[in-house]
Design a protein. Sequence first.
Length: 78
Amino acid sequence: MKVAPADVSAREAQKIAAEMLRPMNQGLELIGSATQFRTYVEGVYRRTAFPLLSAKYFSGLGKNHATAMKVKDALQAS
């Protein structure tokens, strides 16, 4: 990807490049309509939504802590 013309200083080019990459590095890049489902799941869903699902599941098992730990261990082993 072209960042700047060749006559721009290295420091200025680094600033421009950092500005171009900021949305991607902060996770603010929007998902477009041409994004493949696999790309979305592997890149966005697994990092943001998926970790929250396990917490909700285990908190919904009730007060039986031993059962929750057994289920958690079984899922981690697979």
